[in-house]
Write a new protein. Structure first.
Length: 554
């Protein structure tokens, strides 16, 4: 079976349109702010074997977990899978989801009784139990501390929702209405995707659709192979450090990669990483591999589509029992700074192999803030869950973008107006952080300050990173400032918090988060004087830093 180039391109774009429609439905049916405002979720399509065809949404590192989850459903249910079924799962060791709050929904696609694909969604839930509101506690020491763990289970069928499963989910959440509302939104978006695929088969035929999906994977692998083949053969090693794992606060956690390019293949060896940790900074292998593939695209050709074809050109050496390959029952709830650092060290290593596309690291102060309130503005128990972003590093041509993450560009911060409307909190400051960016001929993106005044007693979990060990500059560029978390700033009780901590606060207390900017690229003294002057006028750079870092007197 084959199709002409025009038909092939039309079907590929229809697949992308289907995934984008699923994504739109997911976000617009979300109950929680983490889904409808921060868009912490994706939707997409795999083939009948779980190979990822397309993922829509800003969190493209969800791609490889799709495969793990689908294959887990296939292994458990096999021939019992039927048209109209929807399966749910969230155990990271079975589903590959980054951490417990990320729940996956899998819907099979049948045409004439033949299983041809799966429609998939992965979305973060505001709370699934565990030690603290938000299910990602600093004191977690095993996966059972992270909340409800679901193996693949049938959540709904043509007969309706499995009420017993839904009751279990409700009973294990502090905010059951938001969780079940978001979950049903995932079911809806995957059913929509399944229907669109069936309709597509009606237009072009099942054989054409399955052939085009396979061709897309082959084309992606071939494009990455072509890019790699143009690089000189060689190896590069880079490592970075997390401050600690939350359990042993005196020991940093090492992420080390050796990248070797030979011909049209790339090998990434993580044997030099720290062992898996007692604290929650472990990162499951599917997520670690996925962010590596994003780095490979960034240093080759960003227009290459993200799908399972990338895996065909990259070999991984990841021994079990490392922080990037934790074994059950290690906790993984604070995986995000680790995955961000994995991306950064791989990007740095590949930048040495292909210097024309080298990029300075983004700021490493990533994570999340989770706040549990006894009452929301509407009188119900509430969990405020926010992603903490940073800014990108400079390149050979441009300054780094501000308040943007490298591995999920389209995941925005929750708007201040929404937070203050729904939760008993006042955001007293959300502003740029002067001098937070790494200086360079092309400076890093600017970091920011966000300050919260809590209007009721609450339980706060701060999950940031890299207060001690930060990003590094490139080609003479300077590192950015480190992130900080400060409790009750400017008062006699001012206290600087660590990067991973849970605390119980009283009404009136204030938390200030200072998020690092990106690293600089190139010698700061080579930056154009007019650019430095504009940065000073905009409040990005102080007059002192203009003189001391850039050698300019204004």
């Amino acid at each position: 079976m084959s199709a002409d180039p025009i038909t092939t391109e039309v079907v590929i774009n229809r697949l992308r349109e289907t995934a984008a429609t699923m994504e739109h439905a997911l976000y617009h049916s979300g109950y929680s702010t983490i889904l409808r405002e921060s868009q912490d979720g994706t939707a997409g399509i795999t083939d009948a074997n779980g190979r990822v065809i397309v993922v829509s949404g800003g969190l493209q590192y969800h791609s490889l977990p799709y495969t793990t989850a689908v294959r887990s459903v296939l292994a458990r249910f096999g021939d019992r899978i039927q048209h109209g079924d929807c399966y749910v799962l969230n155990d990271p060791y079975l589903a590959g989801n980054p951490h417990v709050p990320d729940m996956m929904v899998i819907t099979p696609v049948f045409v004439d009784s033949e299983l041809i694909a799966f429609a998939v969604s992965l979305a973060h839930k505001a709370d699934l139990g565990g030690l603290v509101p938000g299910s990602s506690g600093a004191a977690a020491r095993e996966i059972y501390h992270d909340g409800l763990l679901l193996p693949p289970v049938l959540y709904s069928s043509e007969e309706g929702v499995n009420e017993a499963v839904e009751d279990i989910i409700r009973n294990n959440s502090r905010v059951p209405e938001a969780v079940v509302g978001d979950l049903r939104g995932q079911v809806g978006c995957t059913r929509l995707g399944a229907k669109r695929l069936v309709d597509l088969c009606g237009e072009y035929g099942t054989a054409t659709l399955t052939w085009v999906m396979a061709t897309l994977l082959e084309t992606t692998a071939a494009r990455l192979a072509t890019e790699l083949n143009d690089w000189p053969d060689g190896s590069a090693e880079v490592e970075g450090l997390l401050d600690h794992d939350g359990a042993d606060i005196d020991t940093p956690v090492r992420i080390h990669v050796k990248a070797t390019k030979t011909g049209d293949r790339l090998t990434l060896d993580f044997s030099g990483c720290s062992p898996q940790t007692l604290g929650p900074v472990n990162c499951c292998t599917p997520t670690a591999q996925a962010v590596c593939l994003l780095a490979a695209i960034a240093v080759s050709d960003p227009t290459i589509p993200i799908n399972s074809g990338l895996v065909d050109q990259v070999d991984f050496i990841i021994p079990p029992g490392l922080v990037v390959s934790p074994q059950h029952p290690a906790t993984v709830n604070h995986y995000f700074p680790t995955s961000h650092l994995i991306y950064s060290v791989v990007l740095a290593a590949l930048g040495q192999l292909n210097p024309t596309r080298a990029v300075a690291p983004s700021g490493l102060g990533t994570g999340a803030l989770a706040v549990g309130y006894p009452y929301s503005r509407m009188g119900k128990r509430a969990v405020q869950y926010e992603l903490l972003v940073t800014s990108l590093g400079g390149t050979s041509l441009e300054d780094g973008a501000s308040v943007v993450l490298p591995i999920n560009h389209f995941t925005p911060s929750t708007p201040v107006e929404v937070l203050e409307t729904e939760y008993p909190v006042r955001v007293s400051c959300f502003d740029i952080w002067c001098d937070s960016a790494g200086a360079g001929e092309q400076r890093g993106g600017i970091g920011f300050i966000r300050e919260y005044e809590f209007l009721s007693d609450c339980a706060v979990t701060v999950r940031t990173s890299n207060h001690t060990y930060g990003a590094w500059g490139l080609k003479g560029g300077k590192p950015p400032l480190h992130s900080r978390a400060i409790l009750d700033p400017g008062t006699p009780g001012e206290e600087e918090l660590g990067p991973l901590v849970t605390c119980h606060l009283m009404a009136g207390q204030v938390l200030r988060l200072q998020q690092s900017g990106g690293a600089g690229y190139g010698d700061p003294c080579l930056r154009a004087p007019e650019k430095v002057a504009q940065d000073v006028a905009d409040g990005y750079v102080s007059s002192r830093a203009a003189h001391e870092e850039y050698g300019k007197t204004l």
